[in-house]
Design a protein around this ligand. Structure first.
Ligand code: NAP
Length: 255
């Protein structure tokens, strides 16, 4: 019997999981991408692109494609998709695993300020500096638009969505980044505050080390809460183990 695994992706962990699962006997693996990035890094295996059409659409997809395990491996800040996954899994009785990399933690020498939202991060900035390196992604930047006295360097994979602050310079780039590269960037632009989401993981962590080395304060936006009752696992190996157990149990109950 073949167990169909649907991975909600858009992250390095989701790609790594798809790589690990590809070609394993007894498994069919589909990765789902939102379709926001023009040239996404493609995972191996079957791929579907674009929204499902809300909870009902996702629930319908899970039923129509007989999904046995749904893995929510979206970015920790993809709050809507995670909520939809929890609701659709509950409606359809599909096993749901949320794969979430651990958040970052401040170490000695770090000057971090936690914010509950982008709006709260924006409110902290005038007291911290004037040359801001904003790395929170292309969306939601309206929260910073009124900070006309500050200078922003905004880095994102795709062009940021307006409204943007008056003094803005855009840098289109995508990780992974190195500490040497990030140090150089902070120095070249005389950055005195870094703003980031608590994305976790290695690919974009170098900026935190560079900021520590240069004594630059960092505003860190907290993650949204996960939907209640969802099993959260932090590593690809644990997901593999659980999928193995779930598909074994399903095979045992097959007539
Ligand atoms: P979101 O706000 O949680 O989701 C908005 C809608 O986009 C969802 O309701 C869903 O549409 C669609 N969607 C999101 N992820 C999808 C997926 N993997 N497959 C199919 N449809 C998806 O999501 P977001 O924050 O805009 O993130 C979009 C994608 O970018 C995610 O895949 C995420 O992993 C990735 N990403 C996000 C961030 C971030 O900071 N938020 C950073 C890096 C990568 P329907 O309701 O129509 O199903």
């Amino acid at each position: 019997m073949t167990a169909h695994v649907l991975i909600l992706g858009g992250t390095a962990e989701a790609r790594r999981l798809a790589q690990e699962l590809a070609g394993r006997p007894g498994l069919r693996v589909t990765s789902s991408l939102a379709g926001r990035v023009a040239e996404p890094r493609m995972p191996p295996g079957e791929i579907r692109v674009g929204g499902f059409g809300g909870v009902a659409g996702l629930a319908g997809w899970l039923r129509a494609h007989e999904v046995a395990v749904l893995v929510d491996a979206t970015h920790p800040f993809a709050e809507t998709m995670s909520a939809h996954a929890a609701e659709a899994a509950a409606r359809t009785g599909t096993e749901l695993l949320a794969l979430s990399r651990p958040g970052w933690e401040a170490g000695p020498g770090d000057r971090w300020h936690w914010a509950a939202s982008l709006a709260e991060a924006a409110a902290l900035l005038p007291a911290l500096g004037t040359r801001i390196f904003l790395t929170t992604g292309r969306l939601g930047l309206a929260a910073f638009a009124d900070l006309g006295r500050l200078r922003f360097l905004i880095r994102s994979v795709e062009a940021p969505e307006p409204p943007l602050p008056r003094h803005t310079r855009v840098l289109l780039d995508r990780g992974p980044y190195t500490v040497a590269g990030e140090r150089e960037l902070l120095r070249t632009h005389a950055i005195d505050v870094l703003v980031t989401k608590d994305s976790g993981g290695q690919a974009t962590a170098a900026k935190l080390t560079a900021a520590r080395e240069l004594g630059v304060p960092v505003v860190v936006v907290r993650r949204p809460a996960r939907p209640a009752g969802v099993t959260v696992v932090t590593g690809v190996a644990e997901v593999l183990d659980r999928i193995r157990r779930i598909s074994r149990a399903a095979a045992d109950t097959c007539p």
